[in-house]
Design a protein around this ligand. Structure first.
Ligand code: ADP
Length: 506
């Protein structure tokens, strides 16, 4: 195992990697921007180095600087986390060229699946089902129309270099094709400096189901079952679970074998994820491969009973995977909610401020992977995801009620968060029955954010209690010793209201 690892990231994932290092007896080196000087990942690491001002282009994205810091600190490896430089083949290559180990796949594997069209070609040759469509860039609308006719409308135009849903257009009729292609190409050129766009069939009402793979350097590739990630807003996942309510053991085995074939075709090593669309008929199609640890990895850890980040480090250090495929059967059910500093009542506008109070949920089956604490400043420089709340229970129904209980225990004061939205989501009959598609959340957004959110209700309750206290004080002419007891009892009644309503103070 390594003696020392540099963590090229921030927030909850940096802290997650620090913890994995600590348990493996590996020294950790954190890096931080000036905005993160007091962040928990900085304090918990064995060493920490400031790498620049707050904008990530001047700090967390400076690959050469990170390598220099790692060399100077005497680290043998760099863990990239997710986001930032984690999926940049040039960074993986530069780390290797500097004589360090990149905790992730080889640069060649990142390249092999980096472009959507190249990945589609590779997967077709490996026998992995992809969505019907082209594997090369479209020349013009005439060519697009001819291809679209072979599988029918609606079709989806996609940027070959795509990511984050950019350069993507749904086209419902041949007449819309020409203008949609032009605008997709323009958007792709602006976002990626590459206007290559291809066309595929638009799958109606699919789920997003992804399979975790783990591959060592010695040719062993295993899959760790699936995660259901259909609940998305603007292609951003909001709540994930493992296993998927739509996947039978037989389908799990087929999807898992397909993910293993995809990983083998890419020459994959370390932890990776194959994303699939799963349609209503149980057909699944390869979408893309994510060549890093995923945000939602904890749900897999909980149902499979292993530490994926520790295995990333162990694989990078050359260890053999000691497991057999048959040892991976999901046990119980795990759900994750991404707690973001966004205001659902205001179109998910990012909220900023200082976290004045933080109370974390605990008790059986509750896990908090966070990067914040009381006193943390939440700004606009980075992703609004503050933490992940994850629960594990014997059944899906129990996992849902455990998550509801944990969300009610959670108190974050100082910024608006997605907490109340998650509570509403978990009350919805479709979510409770597991009947969701990738379009479901956007289609129900109004219903889920309309009216007073639970957090608003509690504010109203708090005002009512304060008013009552005020009136009471006016009636009582002079302050007496009884007053303090009295206001305490108001505090207690306020908490009682909150608890009874299943609500919490903002
Ligand atoms: P990006 O890399 O830009 O995120 P993806 O190929 O991963 O693009 O697709 C983003 C999302 O768009 C998917 O998670 C899914 O919700 C939807 N999507 C992608 N391809 C299709 C398709 N062929 N039919 C229907 N929905 C799709």
């Amino acid at each position: 195992m390594f003696n020392k690892v540099l963590i090229a990231n921030r927030g909850e994932i940096a802290l997650r990697v620090v913890r994995a290092c600590q348990e493996l007896g590996v020294r950790s080196v954190a890096v931080y921007s000036e905005a993160d000087a007091r962040a928990p990942h900085v304090r918990e690491a064995d060493e920490a180095v400031c790498i620049g001002p707050p904008p990530s282009s001047q700090s967390y994205l400076l690959g050469d600087k990170l390598i220099e810091v790692a060399l100077k600190a005497g680290a043998e490896a760099i863990h990239p986390g997710y986001g930032f430089l984690s999926e940049r083949a040039w960074f993986a290559r530069a780390v290797r060229d500097a004589g360090l180990i990149f905790v992730g796949p080889p640069a060649e594997a990142i390249d092999a699946v980096g472009s959507k069209t190249a990945a589609r070609q590779l997967m077709i040759s490996a026998g992995v089902p992809v969505v019907p469509g082209t594997t090369t860039a479209l020349r013009d609308a005439k060519e697009a129309a001819a291809i679209a006719d072979t599988f029918g409308y609606p079709v989806l135009l996609k940027a070959a270099a795509g990511g984050g849903g950019k350069g993507m257009r749904v086209v419902r009729a041949a007449s819309e094709l020409e203008s949609a292609l032009a605008s997709a190409q323009r958007e792709a050129q602006n976002a990626f400096g590459d206007d290559a766009v291809y066309v595929e069939k638009y799958i109606d009402g699919p789920r997003h189901v992804e399979v975790q793979v783990l591959a060592d350097m010695h040719g062993k590739v295993l899959h760790l079952g699936e995660r259901e990630c259909s609940l998305q807003r603007r292609h951003q996942k909001m709540m994930e679970e493992a296993p998927s309510p739509a996947v039978s053991p037989e389908l799990r085995a087929r999807m898992g074998e397909t993910a293993v074939a995809a990983a083998r075709a890419a020459g994959y090593v370390n932890a990776g994820t194959c994303e699939f669309l799963l349609d209503r008929d149980g057909q699944f199609y390869f979408l893309e491969m994510n060549t890093r640890i995923q945000v939602e990895h904890p749900v897999t850890e909980l149902v499979m009973g292993l530490d994926l980040v520790q295995w990333q480090l162990r694989i990078a250090a050359g260890e053999h995977l000691p497991f057999e495929q048959k040892s991976f059967t999901p046990r119980g059910w795990a759900i994750e909610c991404r707690i973001t500093s966004e205001d659902p009542a205001n179109g998910f506008l990012p909220s900023t401020g200082r976290i004045s109070h933080l109370h974390l949920p605990s008790g059986p089956g509750v896990r908090w992977d966070g990067g914040i604490e009381a006193g943390s400043e939440v700004g606009l420089h980075y992703d609004p995801m503050l933490a992940k709340l994850i629960v594990h229970a014997p059944t899906r129904a129990l996992a849902i009620s455990r998550m509801q209980r944990a969300l009610r225990e959670l108190v974050i004061d100082g910024v608006e968060t997605s907490r109340g939205f998650h509570l509403r989501l978990l009350e919805h009959p479709d979510v409770r029955s597991g009947d969701m598609t990738i379009q479901w959340l956007e289609a129900h957004l109004d219903e889920l954010t309309r009216g007073s959110a639970p957090d608003d209700t509690i504010r109203i309750a708090a005002i009512a209690v304060a008013l009552a206290a005020h009136q009471d004080k006016q009636v009582r002419a002079t302050p007496t010793a009884a007053d303090s007891t009295h206001s305490e009892s108001h505090g207690a009644s306020w908490r009682a209201v909150a608890r009874r309503e299943g609500l919490r103070r903002e």
